[in-house]
Design a protein around this ligand. Structure first.
Ligand code: ADP
Length: 623
């Protein structure tokens, strides 16, 4: 025989043992999920075989046409076995799929968890722990498999105690497919029970589209029909929730779902869920999970980016199309009209679901916003066609809302003052900076609400949006102070007078701040602070964006001074002060600080300030 009988030992990649341990311990309170994970892998393997057979009919083997997933147990040996006649794996595939524990990013993430988080099953569960869930209940796992199409003597046996090493052996295996034997840990005997196994399958795997049998009984334990193909009237919230958890590995119920069967030019079914918590990889460039595409109920691929737009990348679920070919590839998806159509309808239905939630269950929507608002916002500039709908879903902190509560643009508009014709906002690196910003002083005094935007993406949102219901969005920190229709004539006059009265001082300050301030001017924006920095109105949105990075300053910073402030009045009276340059820099730097930005030379600022303090003290003594 040409069989290589010898067994080879391999090591998992570093930390694998730790990760396994962590998973097993964290998930122990939900240990039954081990079966759900294995059964779901078997079901996928059967689907993949079916797809591959379309292009490679030679893969058909005698008498194997009935797909099946068999669960059995042996009380004496203390084992549970899960077997399928799916596609199986070659030696390389076993090494790649089963020998690699942590998908990219997973191990870093797991290591970063703190003690409490490590016990948080919901967090750990997000990974779709998959095959390794076997080690929650097993001390040793033996997997035997043969890839469809490979000769009988190219079977593979993989065995491991999950402690860092596994062995591989080439074996003979008559049937293609995969068999997994779990040698249970001490104390897990209660699982060696037909009734128990049936109820676990019923609970977690009822909707698996393939028949699952337990023990000697040949009849399927599960419904063996895909959940989304069943009529809505038959299904309860609980069914959907259970299905969602199986699909995603999440341990918490979703916030909402859409289930729609559409017939017409294209026939398809959508079952889409909005999770209640952000997955750990929401902000990674290529989030792992997405929406699963099925063609005539056969699982084809999971995709994040093509089936739904990126700003809905938190959505999980199923799209099942009757119009695509079974051998559809990612490339074909790109140009498919059926997919374009389905995608457009999915977006519409999801935005409608969110709107209904926002209108009908505001508390729930607030939870949604906390988890996914920053992602949904991207839709404002990514999906102009739905900009209006998305604008209605946006929520902001404002000078009226307080820190935790949030307002919608509609709330804002309904609270506008008589004569107010603009929606005001302030972009700041953080909410504390925003709330303390001098730019708000006059708006506070006039009781005009200002939206406080502290999210990096917000500057794209306001420029993308530009207006809402005909009301222009206006920054309170850009351009000359603009109170829309709200400035009274007396104020305008006072400002003009101040300009003349301060012309000399402005000229001197400008000279001293050459290279730092783009311009210096008098403002009516301030009531209590002596000065503030604003962005030049001619700056484009991208310079506004850039100002949130780097030093945090606009590219063309303008120093505005408050003519009503005693310090400014004093400078105006004593323009011959030899320390005017110091005053100019100190005014400028403190305005930079209150804008939430960094000052270029903190050392120079402090020594100038100290010099001024000393000079004032000296003045006191001599006077
Ligand atoms: P996931 O299913 O999320 O990809 P798993 O750890 O459960 O992660 O499985 C890793 C891979 O191993 C699967 O993607 C699949 O390629 C392969 N695999 C697991 N179980 C089987 C099986 N019963 N038959 C064929 N391949 C399998």
């Amino acid at each position: 025989m040409s069989l290589q009988a010898e067994e080879e030992t391999f090591r998992f990649q570093a930390e694998a043992a730790q990760i396994l341990d962590l998973m097993a311990n964290s998930l122990y309170s939900n240990k039954e999920i081990f079966l759900r994970e294995l059964v779901s892998n078997s079901s996928d393997a059967i689907d993949r075989l079916r797809i591959e057979r379309f292009s490679r009919p030679e893969l058909a083997e005698d008498g194997d046409d009935e797909p099946r997933i068999q669960v059995s147990f042996d009380k004496d040996a203390g084992t549970i076995t899960v077997a399928d006649n799916g596609i199986g794996m070659s030696r390389e595939e076993v090494i790649e799929n089963i020998g690699t524990i942590a998908k990219s990013g997973t191990s870093e993430f797991l290591r970063s968890l703190t003690g409490d988080q490590r016990r948080d099953t919901a967090l750990i569960g997000q990974f779709g722990v998959g095959f390794y869930a076997a080690f929650i209940v097993a001390e040793r796992v033996v997997l035997t498999t043969r890839r469809a199409g490979l000769p009988v003597d190219e079977g593979v046996r993989w065995a491991s105690d999950g402690k860092g090493e596994y062995t591989l052996e080439t074996v003979e295996r008559a049937e293609r497919g995969t068999t997994i034997v779990l040698h249970l840990r001490d104390g897990e005997d209660e699982l060696l029970n037909e009734h128990r196994l049936r109820s676990i399958i019923k609970r977690y795997s009822d909707h698996i589209a393939r028949p699952i049998t337990v023990g000697e009984d040949d009849s399927a334990v599960n419904q063996a029909s895909a959940l989304w193909t069943r009529p809505k009237s038959e299904l309860k919230d609980g069914d959907y929730h259970e299905y969602y958890k199986q699909l995603t590995g999440d341990f918490t119920d979703p916030l909402g779902y859409v289930h729609a069967k559409v017939e017409g030019r294209y026939d398809y079914t959508l079952l889409l869920f909005v999770p209640s918590r952000a997955p750990y990889d929401l902000w990674m460039p290529e989030p792992g999970q997405g929406v699963r595409l099925h063609v005539q109920r056969v699982f084809i691929l999971e995709d994040n980016g093509r089936l739904l737009p990126r700003y809905l990348r938190f959505v999980r679920g199923i799209i099942d199309s009757a119009d695509l070919p079974l051998n559809v590839s990612r490339e074909i998806l790109q140009g498919s009209q059926a997919i374009d159509h389905i995608r457009a309808s999915a977006v519409k239905k999801l935005l409608r679901l969110l709107k209904d939630m926002a209108d009908g269950e505001p508390d729930k929507y607030a939870e949604f916003w906390t988890q996914f608002g920053a992602v949904l916002k991207e839709g404002v500039f990514d999906d102009p066609a739905h900009r209006e709908d998305i604008a209605g879903l946006l929520r902001f902190t404002s000078t009226r809302s307080g820190r935790e509560a949030r307002v919608s643009l509609a709330d804002y508009v309904s609270g506008m003052k008589d004569g107010q014709d603009k929606i005001y906002y302030l972009l700041a690196p953080g909410l504390s900076d925003a709330a303390a910003s001098p730019h708000l002083e006059a708006f506070r005094a006039k009781d005009i609400e200002v939206l406080l935007l502290d999210d990096a993406v917000d500057n794209f949102v306001v420029t993308g949006l530009a207006q809402y219901e005909g009301k222009q969005l206006q920054s309170v920190a850009q351009g000359p102070p603009d109170f829309g229709g709200m400035a009274d004539e007396a104020e305008k006059e006072a400002a003009e007078q101040a300009d003349t009265a301060y012309a000399d001082l402005l000229g001197k300050l400008k000279e001293h701040l050459d290279g730092k301030a783009f311009d210096v001017r008098v403002t009516s924006r301030l009531t209590t602070s002596p000065a503030c920095i604003v962005a030049n109105e001619a700056e484009t949105d991208f310079t506004v964006a850039r100002r949130l990075r780097g030093s945090g300053l606009p590219a063309q910073p303008i120093l505005e001074i408050n003519p009503g402030h005693p310090l400014v009045e004093r400078l105006n009276r004593g323009q011959d002060d030899p320390r005017l340059a110091d005053w100019a820099h100190v005014l400028y730097d403190q305005a930079v600080l209150t804008s939430g930005a960094r000052i270029e030379e903190p050392g120079a600022f402090v020594s100038r300030l100290n010099d001024l303090l000393v000079s004032l003290t000296d003045g006191d003594q001599s006077g």
